[in-house]
Design a protein around this ligand. Structure first.
Ligand SMILES: [Zn+2]
Length: 148
């Protein structure tokens, strides 16, 4: 049918799915959590800071305080839905991709770029302290624009 006009495809709502994801992670799907989960997981994998997510929530008319954003991000992290990548003492990014991988951190743009786990090899790792095991290894390679 060539005369059929192209209509905007309406994507099925991910809400029921996200509600289930939250439940399975042991979190009660409150309206705020579902709204923030939609912002976080509604697209491709990404890295966000609490401040960025707060800005996005404001733009989407989701009325939450920065403190609530922090709490929710940490709850999602504890529940295994997000991975936290600490860049320095004052800055963390939350990664919606919880699989093993590493990161470039672009210092002048404050942005993270994924590095596949297979591109970093370790010749030696120290033995973990007695009675402990390595849970995962995070590598953050800091980069900035090369001069001229
Ligand atoms: Zn990542």
């Amino acid at each position: 049918m060539s005369d059929r006009t192209q209509t905007a495809r309406s994507l099925p709502s991910r809400k029921p799915c996200l509600t289930a994801v939250l439940r399975m992670a042991g979190l009660r799907p409150t309206r705020q959590r579902v709204a923030l989960a939609e912002l976080l997981f509604g697209g491709p994998h990404r890295h966000v800071s609490a401040e960025q997510l707060h800005g996005e929530a404001n733009d989407a008319s989701v009325n939450v305080s920065l403190a609530t954003i922090y709490n929710t991000l940490h709850q999602f992290h504890e529940a295994g839905l997000l991975r936290e990548v600490a860049v320095d003492a004052s800055r963390s990014y939350f990664d919606t991709d919880t699989s093993d991988h590493h990161h470039f951190y672009v210092e002048d743009e404050q942005r993270m770029i994924d590095i596949p786990a297979s591109s970093v090899e370790f010749l030696t790792l120290p033995e973990p302290p007695k009675g402990m095991m390595v849970s995962h290894v995070d590598v953050v390679i800091r980069v900035r624009k090369a001069q001229g």
